[in-house]
Write a protein that binds this ligand. Structure first.
Ligand code: NAD
Length: 294
């Protein structure tokens, strides 16, 4: 496929996702705010290094954003050097970041006036599944626009589920991460309690994994990133706290009481405050240990 794609945001996820698109034959222009990353990654994967979001978007049929937040997506689209200044009518924006549904709806409405379509297509599965092209992709927007995106999405994900209108995929993604964050947190608390009782934590993980307490954290995170004390899963604590804020925003916007979800968000937010910025999300375990006096 020779479709030209502008790709903005070459972080933990964006880098392997962009690499898969190039390997599949798409012509990529890539940009990251970190110029050294842009140059280094472009050279490593065989993409063109763009000098600005506008440069990355110029001449593209599809623009993909994989950025920390909706606020940064807007920042990258707007302004003299922004991507919108480079996109032609008929282009399609695919926001694969984990964003805010309301913000996504308003961006889409605004750029529709310029003849530019948009879908939200956030992902789940982390860095390892980004590398293998086995992400779970959620897609929100007009069916015809998702159809146009599909050839590219298929290179990055093994599951593409259409969630409804624009913004619905961002709501779904935030709610997925709420469930994931809750599963991680309750699992860590159980390990701390068990350890004080005299149970071995690695043995506990083995038992959970063949029992009904099993979840993605017990299977893929506790031994690998917590018991190993590596805390390097590649998904930031700051990003998880952002996602929980989005989920609670959806709860508030729909007047849904969710006390357990709110407590979960408070705990992750507390970890961010105590541990400081730039931590991996698996470091939540250290915050739980501090609270427990372990
Ligand atoms: P990251 O922090 O590793 O990467 C973000 C990249 O965006 C960085 O390279 C940064 O330099 C760049 N950036 C920031 N501001 C910019 C700007 N104004 N212009 C251009 N580039 C800018 O984040 P990530 O882990 O790759 O996550 C990206 C998105 O995907 C987030 O919304 C996150 O919540 C979501 N996500 C992450 C994971 C994961 O496991 N890491 C999984 C699923 C979804």
């Amino acid at each position: 496929d020779k479709t030209s794609i502008g790709f903005i945001g070459l972080g933990a996820m964006g880098e392997p996702m962009a690499a898969r698109l190039v390997a599949a034959g798409f012509a990529l222009s890539v940009f990251d705010a970190d110029a050294a990353r842009t140059g280094g990654i472009a050279a490593a994967i065989g993409a063109r290094a763009a000098a600005s979001p506008r440069d990355a978007a110029t001449g593209c049929e599809i623009l993909i954003t994989m950025l920390p937040s909706s606020a940064i997506v807007e920042k990258v689209l707007d302004g003299e050097d922004g991507a919108l200044a480079g996109l032609a009518p008929g282009a399609l924006v695919i926001d694969m970041s984990s964003g805010v549904p309301d913000a996504t709806r308003s961006i889409a409405a605004r750029i529709a006036g310029q003849g530019i379509a948009m879908i939200d297509a956030p992902v789940s599965g982390g860095v390892s599944r980004a590398r293998t092209g086995e992400l779970a992709i959620m897609a929100g927007g007009e069916a015809a626009d998702i159809d146009r995106a599909e050839a590219a999405l298929k290179q990055m994900g093994s599951s593409i589920v259409r969630t409804g209108p624009i913004g619905s995929a961002h709501a779904m993604k935030a709610l997925n991460n709420l469930v994931s964050a809750g599963g991680f947190l309750i699992g860590i608390e159980a390990l701390l309690i068990g350890q004080r009782f005299g149970l071995d934590p690695a043995l506990m993980v083995d038992v959970l994994n063949v029992s009904t307490g099993m979840n993605n954290s017990t299977q893929k995170k506790f031994k690998q990133f917590v018991l190993s004390r590596k805390f390097d899963a590649g998904f930031g604590l700051d990003l998880m706290v952002k996602d929980l804020g989005i989920a609670m925003g959806v709860a508030q916007g729909t007047s849904t009481p969710a006390p357990f979800a709110n407590l979960c968000k408070e705990m992750w937010g507390g970890a961010q405050k105590v541990l400081g910025p730039g931590q991996d999300h698996t470091a939540l375990a250290r915050f739980c240990e501090l609270l427990a006096g372990s």
